[in-house]
Design a protein around this ligand. Structure first.
Ligand code: TXA
Ligand code: MG
Length: 328
């Protein structure tokens, strides 16, 4: 493990963007905000930089990475777009959508980043700092969420620092992110398939496609050795504390993760946090990982989570919570 590295934390701005581009070109690791979560970026064409990235995250080496690019031309240089993929790209990019496409001939992204797959995951993020870095650097940047493998995704620079200080070169502090859950991943296969629910609601995609997104085949969600999206491994998002879902009451010593009102009586609770007292799923998504982290630190017997509606961003929130509940 890389240790003893001094991790600079810089405020967003022109000089910082230039420092990021230089660090990436030198094979360094840069954490930066995207609209979904903070990403840990490395030069996607530099296998050594990517190896360092896996090492810094402690991530299982079979987990392929998303290549982030600044515009559609750059995306077409790494992945092959069919008509459906083009419609989705033109409608939703820049934004919280990742497309899994066949690798383009001459794609410069290192095999290590795609874990040997014939496909590649690509996205254009909408965060202005992310876009500025991508445009200044001019090559694709792989960027998994900037947390240690198995921890929840970071939504502030402080979360990144807590996990990766001393292991990466640079953290750009762009304040809290807007969306709070990772991008939605759509596999552009014979039929477009929802590989990971995320920051772009399924309904928005289906409205544009005029049909339902296919579901991944049974088994690939949890236990396949080479799942379609290994981030879908059941235990990917696991706090240390046990997570109890659909809680309608709370036991003494538990921490309560509430949603909406009224929250159940929580007299003996170790802690109470409400994802959105007004029942807003977007607000809940933005708070989700930060609150899970905060409650995980309370040494409670369990984190009891109130039911959250399975609509809009609720689908992604419940997906992350179910993974958290599986444990490691
Ligand atoms: O919002 C996001 O997508 C964030 C920000 C930083 O952009 N990134 C992110 O990356 O969530 P990561 O590495 O934590 O998750 C990437 C997911 C994994 O589930 C991985 O298995 C899947 O993308 N993936 C990557 N390449 C794939 C491929 N060729 N086929 C299927 N799934 C793929
Ligand atoms: Mg992640």
């Amino acid at each position: 493990m890389q240790t003893g590295l001094t991790t600079a934390i810089l405020p967003a701005g022109r000089a910082t963007v230039e420092a990021c581009a230089r660090t990436l070109a030198d094979g360094g690791l840069v954490a930066f905000p995207t609209e979904t979560v903070y990403g840990l970026g490395a030069d996607a064409t530099n296998a050594f930089a990517i190896a360092r990235l896996y090492q810094a995250k402690g991530r299982p080496a079979f987990n392929p990475l998303i290549s982030h690019v600044g515009d559609l031309a750059a995306a077409r240089a790494v992945g092959r777009f069919d008509d459906t993929a083009l419609v989705l790209a033109e409608t939703f990019w820049p934004g919280p959508l990742t497309l899994v496409l066949p690798r383009a001939g001459g794609c410069a992204v290192a095999e290590l980043a795609t874990a040997g797959l014939e496909t590649i995951a690509v996205r254009i993020p909408s965060h202005p700092i992310a876009l500025a870095i991508l445009n200044a650097f001019g090559r694709p940047v792989v960027a998994p969420s900037a947390n240690l493998s198995g921890h929840v995704s970071p939504t502030t620079a402080a979360h990144v620092q807590g996990d990766l200080d001393g292991h990466i070169d640079l953290i750009v502090d762009g304040g809290p992110v807007e969306v709070g859950v990772e991008s939605t991943i759509v596999g552009c296969f014979d039929e477009p398939m929802l590989l990971r629910p995320g920051g772009l609601p399924r309904e928005d995609i289906e409205r544009v496609l005029g049909c339902a997104l296919a579901q991944p085949p049974a088994g690939t969600m949890t236990d396949s050795p080479q799942p379609l999206a290994p981030g879908m491994l059941a235990s990917h998002y696991a706090p240390r504390t046990r997570v109890r879902l659909d809680a309608t009451s709370i036991e003494a010593g538990e921490a309560l993760l509430a949603f909406g009102v009224p929250a159940p009586a929580a007299d003996g609770a170790a802690a109470v946090m409400n994802l959105s007292p007004r029942g807003d799923l977007n607000e809940a998504a933005a708070n989700l990982f930060g609150y899970l982290r905060a409650l995980d630190a309370k040494r409670a017997s369990a984190i009891a989570v109130m039911p959250i509606p399975e609509e809009g961003l609720g689908e992604a929130i419940n997906d992350r919570l179910r993974r958290a509940a599986v444990g490691r």
